[in-house]
Structure formats: C-alpha cells, structure tokens
Design a protein. Structure first.
Length: 226
C-alpha cells in the first residue's frame, strides 16, 4: 500500500496518520532503519500520547502491508504490470519491470482512492501538516543507532511537495517514478512508457475492490469503506 491507502481513514489522528507513513518515509531517508513490531507494541498503549499514536500507526502500516501483499489481486496486478513493462524495457538485466510492477500497483491504487473520495488528499495533507517532524524523529531515535536528522528534514519536504495529486496524471506520475528510480540508482523512464502507465491505471481500476479486501481472518477492518 501507499500513503493514501494506508492512512486516509485516520485524518482525524495526525500522529497515527504519520505513523502509517513512517516506514515509507524511512525507506527514503535511510533504509537501514527498520521499525519492528516487537519493539513498537509496548508503546501502542492507546493513551492518546504522541508516542502511542505513532507506534499504533506504524503497526497499522505493517499489518496492512502483510495482508495486502498476500492478496491474489496484488499478485495478479503487479505481475501483469511488470510483464507489460518487460515488453517495453527488453534488456533481460533490467530490474525496473518487477520493481515498478510492485510500486505502480500501490501508487495507482492511491490515485483511484482519490477519485472515489475527492476530499481525501486534501484531508490527508491537512492532517500531515499538523505533525512536528522533530517529534517524529525523536520517537524513531529510540529504536535505532542510526542518525535520524534526515527524517526531520524530509518530513517538511514531504509536506511541501504534495506528491499524491500527481498520481492522477500519467505524465506527472512518470516524473515522480523517475525520482524514485534515481533514488534507488536505476535508469529513468522515457516518455514512451506513458501509454503503459495509462493501461496500468485502467488495470488497477478494475481491481480496486479486490486489492482492498483483506483476508477473512484479518482482525482489522478493510482500509476502504465505500
């Protein structure tokens, strides 16, 4: 899942919402920093404190990812997107198709959620704007020996950049994907990929409900209530 799918139900709880984004923020800032369930669970006390809200939000993210990535719809959609990109990016040593199949499934799901709920992105950013980046960095510092200053700098950038609306347009989405590829040291995409992004958008659109349906043994509610 991406930012909106993880968090759009929790815009009334800014630090819980920040917790749902925190693993993805850390994947940008420093992939060596991992927040583990066993370390976070004692902090998720439900007392409404900043630490409790952040810890519970991260646990929500980890739970959501666990069931989302095991759904048949995720395998179907991410595999189909990767296969279509492999037909365009024909170098057998090109690692982008599989990587992009995964993240495009998540990103385009966010785009469809925005279309279903036109106020969702505005509400998401209004809540995130209430979050103090230094407080989030202090929380993370409890669980790692790695420097966390980069996180305190990144969160205001995330607040300013407003990336989520760009997912609705395939040309702007291509630009955002190239930012991700640059970060992971993979080659940029050419504009010729844009028709594939349009096709992938339609594919994800036909699977939104299946992608957002957790297994019947999942203890939490589905993240999308239509």
């Amino acid at each position: 899942m991406n930012y909106l799918a993880h968090g759009h139900r929790f815009t009334d709880r800014p630090y819980f919402l920040a917790g749902t984004a925190l693993p993805d923020w850390l994947s940008v800032v420093d992939r060596k920093i991992r927040l583990r369930q066993r370390h976070l669970a004692p902090h998720a006390t439900g007392d409404g404190s900043l630490a409790a809200e952040l810890a519970a939000g991260v646990l929500q993210h980890l739970h959501d990812d666990a069931w989302f990535h095991s759904t048949p719809a995720f395998y179907l959609v991410s595999g189909a997107i990767g296969k279509r990109l492999r037909g365009l990016l024909i170098d057998p040593d090109d690692h982008r198709p599989g990587f992009l199949g995964h993240i495009l499934t998540e990103i385009l799901l966010d785009s469809h959620l925005e279309a279903r709920h036109p106020t969702a992105v505005g509400g998401y950013y209004a809540a995130i704007d209430q979050v103090d980046a230094s407080e989030v960095a202090r929380f993370v510092a409890q669980f790692t020996d790695q420097p966390v200053e980069g996180l305190a700098r990144f969160i205001p950038l995330f607040q300013r950049e407003r990336i989520l609306p760009d997912y609705a347009d395939s040309a702007r989405l291509c630009h955002r994907l190239n930012q991700v590829l640059l970060r992971v040291k993979l080659p940029s995409l050419e504009p010729a990929v844009i028709p594939v992004l349009d096709w992938a958008r339609e594919l994800v659109g036909g699977q939104v409900d299946a992608l957002l349906q957790p297994p019947t043994d999942s203890p939490n509610d589905c993240p999308e209530q239509s």
